[in-house]
Ligand binder design. Structure first.
Ligand code: PEP
Ligand code: MN
Length: 365
């Protein structure tokens, strides 16, 4: 439930509402807005008797949130939420960041080279898994903590912020310390204890849709993170399982405008896992941006034929560079802008760091 205060409501009015809500045994979350303050009520599993609150001074309206998810809903917050993962890199506004890099971190040379290529092409953030959820226990499982260290090195070299997956609490804590955004993979979308952990950590989270999850399931999983106090959640459409083996998954682009209507959270698209096929990634990336995606997550490898995971869906560096150019044009057509890497303050730090080490930092765009 949401208690909307009058435009001119005083702090004392808001405090009184909070006190009454708490007296009733619920938790109150005051949310000052540009126009007026609202007080969210959480901890209720059903309809709250609002008559006592409605009569308090300064209260203008009581909104009963009808969706099963509360804090992620548009009813709860009408303005778009903007999630910033690093200075200058934000999801949900006019700017559209492009997160790119290999499926897995494989070696220092591979990840640093990937980061340079991403930046050179105009990408905004670096992806790469250190902890890999593989269908087979015999497949490459990732470099673990060493992989995170290599990502941090690639960030120092290029200034690109890091998005990387956590599969358990320990990994989440390590990424909170060393990375910029914790990815929760499709297989863990309903790992509720992990969702609570990242909710408590407060680090930005990229939450992928499970392969058999409905949009409501996805939003309820995001609710777990927000309800623990972390509002920095970016949703990700990465395709769902379908009956048709022509593609690895079925990239559900309709989910993008649906989520935008139901929730204030940003949503990005992952056409790499969404299709599983290199030559389908570019057209679906363009389509996702046109459909309103607030960012893209794309797999690119310096040498996809030698990738230790997901080589078949990873773009060649030159394909990625062409894609970024095309995405720039699509963004302009819909009144948006692909975030230039130069907007990142990490980037400025990287430039300062590398002055004197000629040739180490790639040019800006
Ligand atoms: C990945 O991003 O490499 C990954 C494992 O994605 P998903 O969880 O969507 O399968
Ligand atoms: Mn992958």
């Amino acid at each position: 439930m949401l208690v909307v205060m009058e435009h001119g409501a005083s702090t004392a009015d808001v405090d009184r509402v909070v006190a009454v809500v708490e007296e009733m045994g619920y938790e109150a979350r005051p949310m000052p807005g540009a126009q007026r303050t609202a007080v969210g009520i959480v901890g209720n599993d059903g309809r709250v008797d609002a008559s006592r609150i409605a009569a308090l001074p300064g209260v203008v309206q009581i909104i009963h949130v009808t969706q099963p998810y509360k804090q992620v809903s548009r009813e709860w917050r009408s303005e778009d939420t903007i999630v910033t993962i690093a200075p200058g890199v934000s999801f949900g506004g006019e700017n559209v960041p492009i997160i790119a890099g290999p499926c897995s971190v494989e070696s220092e040379e591979q990840i640093v080279e990937s980061a340079r290529l991403v930046k050179q092409a105009g990408g905004t953030a670096l992806r790469g898994g250190a902890f890999k959820p593989r269908s087979s226990p015999y497949s490459f499982q990732g470099l673990g903590k060493r992989g995170l260290e290599l990502l941090a090195l690639a960030r120092t070299e290029t200034g690109l912020p890091i998005v990387t997956e956590a599969m358990d609490d320990e990994g989440a804590h390590l990424i909170a310390e060393m990375g910029d955004c914790i990815q929760i993979g499709a297989r863990n979308m309903q790992n509720y204890s992990l969702l609570k952990t990242v909710g408590k950590l407060g680090t930005p989270v990229l939450l992928k849709r499970g392969m058999a999850a409905t949009i409501t399931d996805l939003l309820l999983s995001a609710e777990y993170i927000l309800s623990e106090g972390n509002p920095h959640v970016i949703l990700c459409e990465r395709g769902v399982r379908s009956f048709d083996p022509s593609t690895r998954n079925l990239l559900d682009l309709t989910a993008i405008p649906i989520v935008h209507r139901l929730s204030h959270l940003p949503i990005v698209a992952d056409p790499s896992h969404g299709t599983g096929l290199r030559d389908k990634v570019t057209p679906m990336a363009r389509a996702a941006l046109a459909a309103g995606a607030d960012g893209l997550l794309v797999e690119m490898h310096p040498n996809p034929d030698r990738a230790l995971s997901d080589g078949a869906q990873s773009l060649h560096p030159e394909q990625f560079a062409t894609l970024v150019e095309e995405l720039r044009a699509v963004a302009v057509a819909i009144g948006r802008r692909v975030t230039p890497a130069a907007d990142s303050q990490y980037n400025q730090a990287a430039r300062t760091l590398s002055s004197g080490t000629a040739g180490r930092v790639v040019g800006t765009h």
